[in-house]
Design a protein around this ligand. Structure first.
Ligand code: GCO
Length: 264
């Protein structure tokens, strides 16, 4: 007889991670691969994809790459179809591709604003819509959308990013509402401040933003990409089968904290 640990295993499952050649996407790909899944990583840059593939393969993970732009309707259609033809089906989709542009509202032009929404929000709609019919046909699936603290908060100069991540939170809930009856679970991971290429400049020692994070986060540290992996495996596995439509923040407690005064 199996144990609860068996419910976390992903053997025989196929995962597509968009934005999988880097950062949070790559780390989740590694974790789900270690849990037994076949991993397909998507990205726009063939060289980066190959490097990520080699890295995952060296950990004994089966990997396929899929080079396409998630914000381009035709490329998504061809990319996803090509992948399904090649390796069967996609059981688990992680929408992780994302960009950020830190530009104050009055200086931001509409092209930049639209591009952020296209990649962070519309692409999750597009890729999911392309993958889900085959999930329905096969009796179920999982979608994990990578949200953000900015799904809840504003911050100076990240308006487009926050608008996209707030939208992704609500898209997650609506996907759950429409697809749960097909045994599809759709949830969001809301990373707090995590050390990645996107936050590298903010995390530098002595940067005032670093001070803000260190004082405001109850855990008194930045997150590491690894901190997201346990939740990623839970949401991708049978163990998470009745968790649906939730955004779970992995943030060292920052969303619970209004702030400290000196000495607390
Ligand atoms: C910023 C940061 C954030 C992070 C992250 C927070 O400029 O405030 O880059 O937006 O990227 O999404 O959860």
């Amino acid at each position: 007889m199996g144990t609860i640990l068996d419910d976390f295993k992903l053997n025989g499952k196929v995962v597509l991670v968009t934005g999988g050649s880097d950062g949070i996407g790559k780390e989740l790909a590694l974790a789900l691969g270690q849990a037994g899944a076949h991993i397909c990583i998507n990205g726009r840059e063939p060289k980066k994809l190959e490097a990520a593939k080699e890295q995952l393969k060296s950990s004994g993970i089966e990997v396929t790459t899929a080079c396409f732009d998630v914000s381009d309707v035709e490329q998504v259609k061809l990319g996803v179809k090509g992948l399904i033809d090649k390796i069967g089906n996609i059981d688990i989709l992680i929408n992780s591709a994302g960009i950020i542009k830190r530009i104050p509202l009055l200086e931001m032009d509409i092209e930049d604003f639209r591009q952020v929404l296209d990649v962070n929000l519309s692409a999750a709609f597009l890729v999911s819509k392309t993958v889900v019919p085959s999930m329905i046909q096969r009796g179920g699936g999982k979608i994990i959308n990578i949200c953000s603290l900015m799904s809840e908060y504003g911050r100076h100069s990240v308006s487009a990013y926050a608008a996209s991540k707030g939208g992704l939170k609500m898209l997650t809930k609506n996907m759950c509402v429409e697809w749960a009856k097909h045994n599809i679970q759709v949830n969001g991971i809301g990373p707090g401040y995590i050390k990645t290429a996107k936050t590298k400049t903010l995390a530098a020692d002595g940067h005032p933003f670093n001070d803000l994070i260190m004082t405001r986060t109850p855990a008194k540290r930045w997150g590491e990409v690894k901190d997201l992996c346990g939740l990623g495996v839970l949401l991708a596995s049978k163990a998470g089968s009745f968790i649906n439509g939730q955004i779970i923040y992995v943030d060292g407690g920052i969303t619970s904290n209004f702030g400290y005064i000196k000495g607390e």
